[in-house]
Design a protein around this ligand. Sequence first.
Ligand SMILES: *[C@@H]1O[C@H](CO)[C@@H](O)[C@H](O)[C@H]1NC(C)=O
Ligand SMILES: *[C@@H]1O[C@H](CO)[C@@H](O)[C@H](O)[C@H]1NC(C)=O
Length: 226
Amino acid sequence: MCGCCDCDDCVEAACCCLPYHVRKNMKDCLICLAVLLVAAAIVAGVVVAVLYGRPLRRAKIRVVDASLTRFDLVMPDTPTTALAYNLTLALTLRNTNWPIGITYDDPLDAAYSFDGQQFDRVQVADAGGKVGGSKTVVYHLSSGSEEGRAVLLGNAGEAEFRKENATGVFEVDVALTGKFKYTLRWTKCKIEATCQLKLQLAPPGATAVVFQEVDCEVAKSEDKNC
Ligand SMILES: *[C@@H]1O[C@H](CO)[C@@H](O)[C@H](O)[C@H]1NC(C)=O
Ligand SMILES: *[C@@H]1O[C@H](CO)[C@@H](O)[C@H](O)[C@H]1NC(C)=O
């Protein structure tokens, strides 16, 4: 009978085709291979745990370009003050956590406000959008309103508008909100960032204004997994 069997207590030649020393070598070899595989699995596990389980850095958000071509208060002194405006923005989001990517769970939104009062919201990125590890994504936003977006400025807000209108430089805050997940993590993390912009009004035909880049303040998450 020929095959692989335990020949310790039988006549070797009758039991197996392979000589004893060959089988002994193969057995040692298999044990050796198994030990190597286990060691490699442990090393891979440690590398993954260190890379993916380490505390991560918040994304960096920056407004790299902006242009305000219109900013008018319409229907002042009525209950429904509104802002007619045209604004384009370019903002970058940098994820420095190589190799861990970000996937948006909820859309990333930007809310624009003047004197603390929100006058518009625009979508920056769709749910499902991704930013790879160690990647920077540029978002271009363009929005406006011909008739004006309702805004509750109140007396104080209208006074602030007139003041800034006289200088031609408007202070507009951009608040970013969204939710995302890191690669290989379950936790839904929040993005909360504010960018304080000083925008020089430049109607079409006016000389181009050089925009000074602005870093946004990204709020620290209370969740240690974020
Ligand atoms: C604002 O944008 C609209 C289209 O979105 C355009 O028709 C209009 O000319 C723009 N106005 C200014 C002052 O840039
Ligand atoms: C803002 O300033 C422009 C001129 O720079 C003026 O025509 C406009 O009436 C002002 N708007 C308000 C609400 O004061």
